[in-house]
Structures are given as structure tokens and as C-alpha cells.
Ligand binder design. Structure first.
Ligand code: NAD
Ligand code: ZN
Length: 341
């Protein structure tokens, strides 16, 4: 089968012929239909310090995908050939204290698809059945392929009661835009989304009805006054990993405000912890999705009318992967999907 493989210690990926993965008794073989490129895949493509010290070559990459069940292991009871499915990309252990308590997203033995084991940028992928999720008809193939990053947004955003609250989202990447859309959809009063990339802010305006600000060209304080936010934002969703954005968020929060930290800084950062302490902020670090409550809530949001289709800006056939990665590296795209038909 065809697969996009990090073949050796160098930038880029190679379109290769590899064996169709074998499935174990509890696994499902999925015929991949649509995949999406994640920031993680860009790190792997660009072969930065994190990627080169984490990925063991050769590795088929990619973890955001949907497809159809093609074969099931003998012990798999709850999936049929032809089911439309996606899958949770974090394959957790089952023996730690957290896993045994049902808190699978906190299991320390978690293995990531497309990072620690062969991934989804391929014609077929083998996944443990317990990670596979059936897709309702209300979820299109394209949206089915981005439920993983949408789940990051759902997890971070729904960590707090948003009804009537004022929300600051820093970073208008796909996850920040989806977070802003969710906040607005579930009843936040005012939502402000910031980014230093105007393309991203323009995209955000197409996806959801929120205020936007480029902090390089506009003042956050003035924007807050204009929006009628007097004491600060009640909820902060940090989706950039930028030191400047984190600093700005801490300054703009209300006393006792709630913050989700999802953005990953690329290095150690300077952080004024005393500002957070004197404001008595509640800081929650977010990793992945709550398995599987986030999947349930996210699909329910879409089923009930939340529309995030426009966050997907480009669609390519997998053979055009180089164009797709170049486009994403340029910062001029939202979510980019690859089709595998
Ligand atoms: P992305 O890189 O597409 O988006 C990040 C955005 O932040 C970019 O548009 C960038 O221009 C913007 N930004 C940079 N500096 C800024 C500043 N000073 N103020 C405001 N915005 C600024 O990433 P994404 O795919 O949307 O993911 C968001 C973040 O979450 C990334 O850091 C990613 O690595 C991280 N992530 C974390 C998890 C997790 O489990 N915690 C999972 C997936 C992604
Ligand atoms: Zn991802």
C-alpha cells in the first residue's frame, strides 16, 4: 500500500510502498479515506529537535483520519465491515492508577499514532478496537478527519462553564478558531480571538462570529474597553504556545479567572507566575482529549448544529502531499486535508 513515511534523518516525507499492517485479535483494520495534517506532522516534516529526538525511522506518520472498517480481529464484536469510523490517536495503557480509575487521558503509558507507532497517512491503518469511534451521518468525511484536533478544542473549552462569560482565546490556529466557535456556540457573552497572523484572523471571521485582534497592530486594553469588558476576561483559552500571548492573557484575566493552557511552547519560556498567583487564577493544562467523553460531547455539538466546516481551507489528493505541507508551512491555510481514494 502507499504511505507517507519519515524514511530517514532528513526534512520531508517520502511516498513509499509499505506492507498493509497486520491486525491482532482486538484490532480493526481501517481503509483510510480522509486524513488531516496536524502541527505535529509539520514538526515531523520539518524535522525539528522534538521530532528528530522522538520519531524512530522509518515511520508512517499522521494521526488525524477517518475511513471505513475493512477487517476486524476475531475478538472484535462491536464493529462491522464498512462502518464509517475515526479513532482516538492516543492509545493508552490500562494498568496505571489513572487508567484503572477510568481517567484514560491521564495514563502515563500512552502511545501516539503516527509518532510512536505507524500512523494514518496510508491506505490502511490498524488500530485497537477500543480506540475506534463510529461516525454518525451528521459528520462529513472531512469533519470526521479533524475530530482529533476538534477534540483538543472541545476538551480545553468545555473545561469551564462558559454561559454568559467573557472569553479570551490566544492563537487563531485551527484549534484556537474551533475553540472560539465552541465558546460562542455554547453561550459565552463576548469572545475575543487574537493572532499575529492576519490570514488566520480573516479565516476565523469566516468560521465564527467573534471579535478578533492582532496584538502587533492593536491594543488589547483598548479592545477590551470597546467590548465593554471592565474587570478582565472570565475564561482564557491559550492556543498559541507563545510567551507573549501567555503574558498578555495573564494580564487580561479577571481575578479568580479560569484558564486552559493547550498551546505548546517550542522551548522553555519566561512566565510571570506571581501575576497568576496575585490574580488567584485557576490554570489547567490540557493534554489530548478526555477519552471518550470529549468525543461524545464534540460529536453532539456538531450534531446539534455547530458548524466548523470552514476551518478546513484546502483539500488535496495524497499524491500532492508536498504542495499541502508547503502551504501549511506558509501559514496561509487553516486545516488541510488529504484524500486517499
Ligand atoms: P497552530 O500553530 O496552527 O496555531 C497557533 C497560532 O498561534 C498561529 O496561528 C500563530 O500565528 C499564533 N500565535 C503565535 N504567536 C501569537 C501571539 N503572540 N498571540 C496570539 N497568537 C499567536 O496550531 P494549532 O494546530 O491550532 O494548535 C494550537 C497549539 O496547541 C499549538 O501550540 C500546538 O502545538 C498545541 N497542541 C497541543 C495539544 C495538547 O494536547 N496540549 C494538542 C494539539 C496541539
Ligand atoms: Zn493532531
Amino acid at each position: 500500500m502507499k504511505a507517507l513515511v519519515k524514511a530517514k534523518d532528513e526534512i520531508g516525507l517520502v511516498l513509499s510502498d509499505v506492507n498493509v499492517p497486520k491486525i491482532g485479535n482486538d484490532d480493526v483494520l481501517i481503509k483510510v479515506k480522509t486524513t488531516a495534517i496536524c502541527g505535529t506532522d509539520l514538526h515531523i516534516w520539518n524535522w525539528d529537535n522534538w521530532a528528530s529526538s522522538t520519531i524512530k525511522t522509518p515511520m508512517t506518520v499522521g494521526h488525524e483520519f477517518m475511513g471505513e472498517v475493512f477487517e476486524v480481529g476475531p475478538d472484535v464484536k462491536n464493529f462491522q465491515i464498512g462502518d464509517r469510523v475515526s479513532a482516538e490517536s492516543h492509545i493508552t495503557g490500562q494498568n496505571s492508577r489513572n487508567a484503572k480509575a477510568g481517567k484514560l487521558h491521564l495514563d502515563p503509558e500512552t502511545v501516539n499514532i503516527g509518532v510512536d507507532r505507524d500512523g494514518a497517512f496510508a491506505e490502511f491503518i490498524s488500530v485497537p478496537a477500543r480506540n475506534v469511534v463510529n461516525l454518525p451521518d451528521s459528520i462529513s468525511d472531512q469533519i470526521g478527519s479533524i475530530l482529533d484536533p476538534f477534540g483538543n478544542a472541545v476538551h480545553a473549552t468545555l473545561s469551564y462553564d462558559l454561559v454568559g462569560e467573557d472569553v479570551l482565546v490566544t492563537g487563531a490556529g485551527p484549534i484556537g478558531i474551533m475553540s472560539a466557535a465552541i465558546a460562542k456556540y455554547v453561550g459565552a457573552r463576548k469572545v475575543l480571538l487574537t493572532d499575529i497572523n492576519d490570514h488566520r484572523l480573516e479565516l476565523a471571521k469566516k468560521v465564527c462570529d467573534v471579535e478578533v485582534l492582532n496584538p502587533l497592530t492593536g491594543s488589547l486594553e483598548e479592545k477590551m474597553t470597546e467590548m465593554g469588558i471592565k474587570e478582565g476576561f472570565d475564561i482564557g483559552l491559550e492556543m498559541s504556545g507563545s510567551e507573549q500571548a501567555i503574558d498578555q492573557m495573564m494580564s487580561a484575566m479577571i481575578m479568580g479567572g479560569n484558564v486552559s493552557l493547550l498551546g505548546l511552547p517550542s522551548d522553555k519560556i519566561q512566565f510571570d507566575l506571581s501575576k497568576a498567583i496575585f490574580k488567584a487564577l485557576n490554570l489547567k493544562a490540557i493534554y489530548g482529549r478526555e477519552i471518550f467523553e470529549t468525543w461524545y460531547k464534540g460529536m453532539a455539538l456538531i450534531d446539534s448544529g455547530l458548524n466548523i466546516e470552514k476551518v478546513i481551507t484546502h483539500k488535496f489528493h495524497y499524491s500532492e502531499f508536498e504542495t499541502a505541507f508547503d502551504l501549511l508551512n506558509s501559514g496561509k491555510a487553516g486545516k488541510v486535508v488529504l484524500t486517499w481514494d
